[in-house]
Design a binder for this molecule. Structure first.
Ligand code: NAI
Length: 403
């Protein structure tokens, strides 16, 4: 079949197997090159670092989780297990990009001598936790690092069987702001109605720290965490302009909950000398972030400003920097006053934010986006689904099941 890009309301419905493979290969090549020899202080050589050798990534098929898996395997030589929710391909329907990425990653990892396998299913369920425990026992023995990188619109509580849905809304009052879609460069205005109290609670149930805690409790009880094991979950804060819909909105409440859970988990992990962290990462185009209102416009301006200053990073560079210059640098782990790791430091530089704010004020409804890199955001969005690579012939007939 000829696989074409199909995007509906910033959600891509298709993925290209050859392009997803290329997306993974490019990240692997970057990590390998820097791990072996690097002249950049921000991305040091990894050979002399004690990176974790057995890694579980929850949500390791796309975005930050996939990059965590790639850095663990190709900078640290780790054996990895991924847990993610995927649709497999059929004769005339493509798989999710996460499925293609996973097949591509696992083939490359095994070729490099690392164990790599996946448990596909609902990470929130007890059944998948049990299946993962079995897999860890069989393949890794125990794990040294658990990365929590799930982003989901819904979660069924395994104890009550009630399904909760997360929403991306402000709290208290409507939020009117400018925005752009990924398939047009015309700025539009959007008003987002505030969430009900119930929606706030539901979003915290889905994207807060409850499931992260369940995972760590379960792995501790099953004796599957190695001595000094670390767990890290990812969070976002962002600038004042997006506060009403992000940090002070429903998702922000969930992130606050996640961040507070890190302290509880740290206490629990004391029995094995382990640690629990939240890492605040940079805004980047992923399947999860593209659907947050206002965020694509912010990212278009941010990308341009950061590229002009040579500060732009992708998920891989973010995670490589997190692992090699902080979590596993061999020096004491650096956190902010709330105990969080910060790799959003370059995004949040005052000079960067001031310039983004200046450009934000230039935008007008119904006009084209000014002084931003919407093309860069669009290309990245295409590439995370395997499209937009100039040397791949997208008019070629491909079997969606072949990778
Ligand atoms: P993503 O959409 O690329 O990845 C989400 C992962 O979760 C995928 O592997 C998906 O298969 C998996 N997943 C979703 N529901 C699942 C389920 N029920 N069971 C098993 N797996 C499931 O998202 P992204 O952006 O990489 O987000 C990961 C984390 O990073 C989130 O906590 C997000 O808030 C955080 N973050 C994202 C930023 C961004 O700008 N993209 C910035 C800072 C933090």
């Amino acid at each position: 079949m000829i696989i074409t890009k199909k995007v509906l309301r910033n959600v891509s419905l298709t993925a290209h197997p050859e392009g997803c493979r290329r997306y993974v290969e490019d990240q692997v090549a970057w990590v390998k090159a820097h791990a072996q020899e690097s002249k950049e202080a921000s991305y040091p050589q990894a050979a002399s670092l004690a990176l974790p050798k057995r890694v579980l990534v929850l949500g390791g098929s796309t975005g930050y989780g996939l990059s965590s898996r790639i850095v663990a395997a190709f900078a640290g030589g780790a054996d990895t297990i991924n847990v993610s929710f995927e649709r497999e391909p059929s004769e005339n329907k493509t798989a999710t990009p996460g499925w293609y990425n996973t097949m591509a990653f696992e083939a490359l990892a095994r070729k490099a001598g690392c164990k790599a396998s996946s448990v596909f299913g609902d990470a929130f369920s007890t059944e998948i936790k049990k299946e993962t425990a079995k897999r860890i026992r069989e393949e890794l023995g125990k794990v040294d690092l658990v990365v929590y990188s799930l982003a989901s619109p819904l979660r069924t509580d395994p104890q009550t069987n009630v399904t909760y849905r997360s929403v991306l809304k402000p709290i208290g009052q409507p939020f009117g702001a400018l925005s752009v879609d990924l398939d047009s460069d015309v700025v539009k205005s959007a008003v987002i109605e505030p969430a009900t109290d119930e929606q706030v609670e539901e979003t915290v149930k889905v994207m807060g720290g409850e499931d992260w805690s369940l995972w760590i409790d379960f792995l501790l009880a099953e004796n599957l965490l190695a001595d000094h094991a670390i767990t890290v979950a990812y969070s976002y804060i962002g600038p004042r302009i997006t506060y009403p819909v992000y940090r002070e909105g429903t998702i922000g409440k969930a992130k606050e909950h996640l961040e507070k859970r890190a302290a509880t988990l740290e206490q629990k992990l004391k029995t094995i000398g382990g640690r629990a962290f939240v890492s605040v990462n940079k805004a980047l185009v992923t399947r999860a972030s593209a659907v947050i209102p206002v965020v694509p416009l912010y990212m278009a301006l941010l990308y341009q400003v950061m590229k002009e200053r040579n500060l732009h990073e992708h998920c891989t560079q973010q995670i490589y920097r997190l692992f090699t210059t902080n979590l596993y640098s061999g020096n004491p782990i650096l956190t902010d006053e709330q105990g969080r790791l910060r790799v959003d430091d370059w995004e949040m530089l005052e000079s960067v934010q001031k310039e983004v704010e200046r450009r934000w004020a230039l935008q007008k409804e119904g006009e084209s986006l000014k002084e931003g890199d919407l093309a860069g955001v669009q290309t990245e969005y295409e590439q995370i689904h395997g499209f937009g690579f100039p040397d791949i012939d997208y008019s070629k007939d491909v079997d969606p099941r072949a990778i």
